[in-house]
Design a protein around this ligand. Structure first.
Ligand code: 3PG
Length: 311
């Protein structure tokens, strides 16, 4: 018989909370670093289709090396797994490229303010595509999310339609990614880390032909030369940093998804956006009008109300 003493139970719970806290802190910190370097790179080298491809390539390479050297367990997956992963990878690729295109056109903070509206997309897609109904408070929580995002968008000083639409498309694609990945993960015994690794590899197989069609080696070569002449050799490190940190923050987020409910995850994701919005405004000296900040705050408050209402 396993008798757990009350003190022991409290200690186990505290240890679990500490572990999740560490996951969250690591996830946010890695994400802030990714966003800063991603924006620095895109300011000097505005080719988001290539930087998105490089992020996926860095992650795929890191994981292939980890598997080859047995640092990470090689996942035991079959053809059915890859088939189920395919729609997830399509949605992941679209969501990633769209967010990066957005980042290349507007302030990083603006992309993330619009991306804080993701729960609204989740509810609307579930309602209209899956016929899922929600209690009234869930719908009511969409009012501040949509209202706050709208207020932030109309008062954004450097508004750009492609930047706005990129963030909106990313929201829609990531909602589908989450729906498909829930279905795809069912019954599979793959860790969060390996699931994300396979997702990166499959996305990397999908993206390059499109990246070449939209941008292509000629533009990249000319842009690279300009960036190197403006920034110097440090530019290579910026590109490496944005690529490696993209993989790391996503890997940690999938690892924490293993430990927590999707709801806790979405609250964590919103808190992550706050740290990205605040730090990018400080680092890039982004001009913000008070009414613009109020719009962002209302949208973020709305996502918290949403998570409470869903509970
Ligand atoms: C990307 O480039 O994929 C996005 O910036 C990621 O957005 P996320 O903050 O939802 O992971």
């Amino acid at each position: 018989i396993n008798i757990e003493l009350p003190g022991e139970k409290a200690r186990t719970e505290a240890a679990q909370r500490l572990k999740i806290g560490l996951y969250f802190a690591t996830w946010w910190a890695l994400n802030v670093v990714f966003n800063i370097y991603n924006k620095k790179v895109l300011n000097a080298f505005p080719y988001p289709w290539l930087t998105s491809t490089l992020s996926l390539a860095a992650g795929s390479l890191m994981m292939l090396i980890s598997w080859a050297t047995r640092v990470a367990d090689v996942p035991k997956v079959n053809l059915d797994f890859w088939k189920a992963l395919f729609p997830v990878a399509v949605a992941h690729t679209i969501g990633h490229v769209a967010a990066t295109v957005s980042m290349s056109k507007v302030a990083a903070s603006f992309t993330h303010i619009i991306k804080s509206g993701e729960p609204a997309f989740s509810v609307l897609v579930s309602r209209f595509f899956l016929g899922e109904a929600f209690p009234l408070p869930v719908y009511l929580s969409l009012v501040p999310i949509i209202g706050g995002c709208t207020l932030a968008a109309v008062t954004e000083l450097n508004f750009n339609m492609i930047g706005f639409m990129g963030a909106m498309i990313s929201n829609l694609a990531f909602v589908f990614r989450n729906i498909f990945s829930k279905k795809g993960m069912k019954g599979m015994s793959v860790s969060g880390m390996n699931y994300y690794a396979c997702l990166s590899i499959l996305s990397l197989l999908i993206l390059p032909p499109f990246a070449i069609a939209v941008e292509g080696p000629k533009m990249w070569a000319a842009g690279w030369q300009t960036a190197m002449s403006q920034i110097g050799p440090n530019f290579v490190w910026w590109v490496a940093a944005q690529s490696v940190f993209y993989h790391l923050y996503n890997q940690v987020s999938y690892m924490s998804l293993d430990q927590i409910s999707p709801l806790t995850f979405s609250v964590g994701n919103t808190m992550k956006r706050i740290s990205v919005i605040v730090s990018s405004i400080i680092i890039f000296h982004t001009p913000v009008q008070p009414v613009n900040a109020i719009g962002a705050a209302i949208a973020i408050l709305g996502t918290f109300l949403y998570s409470q209402a869903k509970q």
